[in-house]
Design a binder for this molecule. Structure first.
Ligand code: PLP
Length: 510
């Protein structure tokens, strides 16, 4: 019994015991679906058989990935199918699945394949796939409330605090990807700089300026745009020959801006730039931010999980000093898409940036509305899926040591590729290899436009299905860019890709 506002309340246990639910209405036999409206199957056994077939097929799809091309163009007739109107009538699940196997599965991005080396795409794992299915079965809305999905996410937050040496008061939240995490970090830094009134009154003409290397990912610039600062408020600082931010130039620019009446508030360092995998001098940036009183954010989209590897971690010295880190489990972490994450040292500042009380989101001390704060207090999403589950399954199933070894191996394969490029007289290495990204090109004979040749070679390789490197621009010239992110990629795969570059390069240049 407890007493509230002069009345006596009975305990929850006592109340439960007092409810007299007759057996007649309590068991599964009572669960007769409303067959007119329920979307559940009328024959669960048939659904189960279909489900088993799908799981078997998808496991084969992954296990036999090497037997297929990395990528193939979608034929016109297949593309046209996706122009069909909204289906009015029901269709058997088997027919929809047949559509999937013939018209969707063969034309996916290809990043499950070990020959995929473009952009920064993780390969995913069968474990992550199964976890996604389990999460969909639970269909939990992880925006908030008092349930186990929130506890699993909190455990990942604790694991990330441990990995990055952040204090217990640090907060974290799953998001779509690092584009969102970098944007949210900017908002937290903005709130820290201007105080809570910014949420009511907006920027009110405050001339905020932020700083990042010119090699930083485009989403870092876009974050300034989305936040209403304007892209110009993100000062793009030159980088050195190793593609690391020029710290002296950064200091100068901050001083110039202050002198001109601007209000510097944020520096974003890169722990693995998207073009070349360069890592800014994070310890020096941390010191600079302390000296200048600036928020130190790190875009660690893929590189930060290098902390899992004892060989790679020393390259990330200074990461633990950040005020916030954006990272993606779906890149080097191999968690199936999508699983971005934001970690913030000052959890209270993070919460104060996003929490928005609403009558129907009232928090209670018990029941399903308990367990505050909720993930929706740490970001703009209210309804959110259970991204934490596939991340939890992946980290538990493989363990941090094996994940670290896998990450180190992708870097060793990149060094193998670097050495091969350096051995081939037809090829030219364009940047030093810091982590797992190698940028190079086929030497164009005189009279042939190098950029056009590079683009043709990469498209030829895509269409051949042998591999999928991507393109970027290095020192004003197009480069073939191979990012070894996929845990399935081997030395033989990168050699096959180089063979293809030599083959198509020679054919095009002759
Ligand atoms: C360094 C870096 N930052 C940010 C991003 C954006 O991450 P996402 O695609 O998960 O939004 C990427 C993506 O490749 C990246 O490599």
């Amino acid at each position: 019994m407890s007493r509230r506002a002069g009345r006596t309340w009975r305990s929850a246990d006592a109340l439960r015991a007092s409810i007299n639910v007759s057996d007649e209405h309590s068991g599964p036999a009572d669960a007769i679906p409303n067959s007119a409206t329920s979307l559940d199957p009328s024959d669960w056994s048939a659904l189960r058989a279909e489900a088993h077939r799908m799981v078997d097929d998808m496991i084969d799809h992954i296990a036999q990935v090497r037997e297929r091309p990395v990528w193939q163009e979608i034929p016109d007739d297949v593309r046209a199918r996706f122009g069909e109107a909204l289906p009015r009538d029901a269709m058997p699940l088997a027919a929809v699945y047949d559509d999937f196997t013939r018209h969707i599965a063969p034309y996916a991005t290809g990043n499950v394949h070990p020959g995929f080396m473009g952009w920064v795409h993780g390969g995913g794992t069968p474990v992550g796939m199964l976890a996604e299915m389990l999460a969909a079965g639970l269909n939990a809305n992880c925006g908030g409330r008092n349930h186990i999905g929130i506890e699993v996410e909190r455990q990942i937050v604790r694991w990330m605090r441990e990995l990055f040496g952040f204090p217990e008061t640090a907060s974290g939240v799953f998001v779509t990807g690092s584009s969102m995490a970098n944007f949210m970090a900017l908002l937290v830094a903005r709130s820290a700089a201007l105080g809570p009134q910014v949420r009511e009154g907006g920027l009110a003409g405050e001339p905020l300026t932020a700083y990042a290397s010119a090699a930083a990912h485009g989403c870092v610039v876009q974050a300034a745009d989305l936040a209403g600062l304007g892209r110009g408020a993100l000062r793009r600082i030159p980088f050195d020959a190793a593609h690391r931010i020029d710290i002296a130039a950064l200091r100068r620019r901050i001083a110039e801006d202050r002198a001109a009446g601007f209000r510097p508030f944020l520096v974003t360092g890169s722990a693995g730039t998207v073009d070349t995998g360069a890592i800014d001098d994070l310890a020096a940036l941390a010191q600079l931010c302390r000296d200048e009183g600036l928020w130190f954010h790190i875009d660690g989209a893929y590189g930060s999980l290098g902390m899992l590897s004892p060989q790679i971690a020393p390259k990330l010295n200074g990461l633990s000093e950040a005020d916030s880190i954006a990272l993606d489990f779906h890149k080097w972490g191999q968690v199936n898409y999508d699983a971005g994450f934001l970690l913030v040292r000052d959890g209270e500042q993070h919460r104060a940036t996003f929490a928005a009380p609403a009558a129907y989101l009232r928090r209670e001390t018990r029941g399903l509305a308990g367990g505050s704060p909720w993930p929706c207090d740490f970001g703009p999403d209210l309804s959110r899926g259970f991204r934490a589950l596939k991340t939890w399954f992946t980290l538990k199933t493989y363990g941090a040591e094996r994940m670290g070894a896998m990450i180190a191996e992708t870097c060793a394969i990149a060094r193998h590729l670097e050495a091969r490029v350096q051995r081939e007289p037809q090829l030219e290495l364009l940047t030093p290899v810091t982590l797992n990204i190698v940028c190079f090109r086929f030497r164009a004979p005189s009279g042939i436009d190098s950029d056009a040749l590079t683009a043709e070679i990469v498209a030829d390789i895509h269409e051949s299905g042998i591999a999928a490197p991507s393109l970027t621009t290095i020192d004003g010239h197009l480069a073939i860019r191979a990012a070894i992110v996929n845990h399935r990629t081997t030395r033989a795969d990168v050699d096959r890709m180089v063979d293809a570059v030599l083959h198509f390069g020679a054919a095009r240049a002759s």
